[in-house]
Design a protein around this ligand. Structure first.
Ligand SMILES: Cc1ncc(COP(=O)(O)O)c(C=O)c1O
Length: 391
């Protein structure tokens, strides 16, 4: 992999030590150029001219659906192009007719995007939430999950990768256990897509929600939901409106929904952003998913090893590569995480996020991360530990 050439295609990397792809990935020039090009065409010709609206925007949107389907190993008819993970979760949640006493299993490390909608559902519909407390031991997670399944369980929502620790959950095994119990599975793939290959069918889940703006390096405002073919028509769409693929008969006052997952998309959308997302996917594919995964694994291994040698740094992410990802969460002795985040930015322009639950820093290692950047982060962690000890 030619890391220098890749980095040259992502200008933000020249202006900071960007270790925060887990929050928002930096935008490659090819994607930014596509936004400029597409809006330039809109500006030049007007949106509702045949070339723009039908050929570029709508056909372009369908082409991106195909790209996303191929990325996930799903059929295009199983893909709804959304704005973000939250959309996908809400489409599933509101698509099911809940009965009081129905049970839903959630991990205790779901992002608020994957928790708040369920908390609200519990308040409103009397659905009971059962919490799967995560550890970094996959066997124990599978064991705890099985113990939470009851005849009332209808769905389990599980992050593919914990946003708190970067732990890659044993999703295939959890989905298999759920399926045996007749329980639907919704996977939050925010930190999986783009980090490693995701095979929707091999995972054995029913629904897979992800966003474009993290590891896939897409613009903000684009996401995806994969819905298993045979479930598409069983989910009731909550939001309806006009849609180019939906039959509407004004005289009869009747409508016919799409038979595909496109039924969950409605109305006017920022089509040029999806075109740009297609360029981001091409960019990732051009580098190659296997090469990306291999490089992130190598970088994380040396970063974690160095942290383990640093008294005062406590790694809260898996040490082993098999269940570890590019998200590395570290508690630094003597520091409040927000103060450290600010210090790192001010001293070295390091961009990171914090995990307040653990008073920890979360470093995102991506395929374009340079070894020297990780060394800068390690040096800063050491200096912070030293300075705190002096105080
Ligand atoms: C695991 C996880 N799920 C969901 C989200 C929220 O994503 P979105 O803004 O795409 O809804 C995040 C954002 O950081 C996340 O880490």
């Amino acid at each position: 992999m030619n890391v220098d050439a890749i980095r040259a295609g992502i200008p933000a990397l020249a202006n900071s030590v960007y270790l925060n792809t887990g929050t928002f990935g930096p935008l490659p020039t090819v994607a930014a150029d596509e936004v400029r090009r597409a809006y330039g065409e809109v500006e030049r010709l007007g949106t509702f001219s045949p070339h723009i609206f039908y050929e570029m925007e709508l056909q372009g949107f369908e082409a991106v659906r195909n790209q996303v389907a191929s990325l996930l190993g799903a059929d295009p008819g199983e893909i709804a192009l959304t704005r973000n993970v939250t959309d996908g979760i809400n489409i599933v949640l509101h698509g099911i007719d809940w009965q009081p006493g129905d049970e839903v299993i959630l991990t205790d490390q779901e992002h608020p995007a994957g928790t708040v909608p369920w908390l609200a559902l519990a308040e409103r519909a009397g659905v009971v939430l059962r919490w799967l407390e995560l550890t970094l031991d996959p066997e124990e997670v599978v064991h705890r999950f099985a113990a939470l399944l009851t005849p009332r369980t209808r769905l389990a929502q599980i992050s593919h990768v914990s946003c708190l620790s970067g732990f890659r959950l044993p999703v295939e095994r959890l989905c298999a256990a759920a399926r045996r119990a007749g329980v639907l599975t919704l996977i939050d793939g925010a930190h999986a897509e783009g980090q490693f290959g995701v095979d929707f069918r091999a995972l054995g889940c029913d629904f897979y929600a992800a966003c474009g703006h993290k590891w896939l390096l897409g613009p903000q405002g684009v996401g995806m939901l994969a819905i298993r073919n045979d479930l598409v028509e069983t989910l009731r769409p909550l939001w309806l409106g006009w849609d180019v693929q939906q039959q509407y008969d004004r005289a009869q006052r009747s409508y016919q929904l799409q038979a595909t997952a496109a039924r969950f998309e409605q109305s006017t959308r920022p089509w040029p952003l999806y075109l740009a997302f297609g360029k981001s996917i091409d960019f990732i594919k051009g580098v190659g998913q296997d090469a990306i995964t291999a490089r992130v694994q190598a970088l994380r291994a040396s970063f974690v090893a160095a942290l383990l040698d640093l008294p005062g740094a406590t790694v809260l992410s898996p040490v082993e590569g098999a269940f570890g990802t590019g998200l590395i969460t570290v508690n630094v002795a003597g520091w409040a995480c927000e103060a450290l985040q600010q210090r790192f930015w001010e001293r070295q322009r390091i961009v990171t996020n914090v995990i307040r639950e653990f008073n920890a820093m979360r470093f995102s290692i991506a395929f374009f991360t340079a070894e020297a950047e990780l060394q800068t982060a390690l040096d800063e962690i050491s200096k912070a530990i030293r300075d705190s000890a002096l105080n």
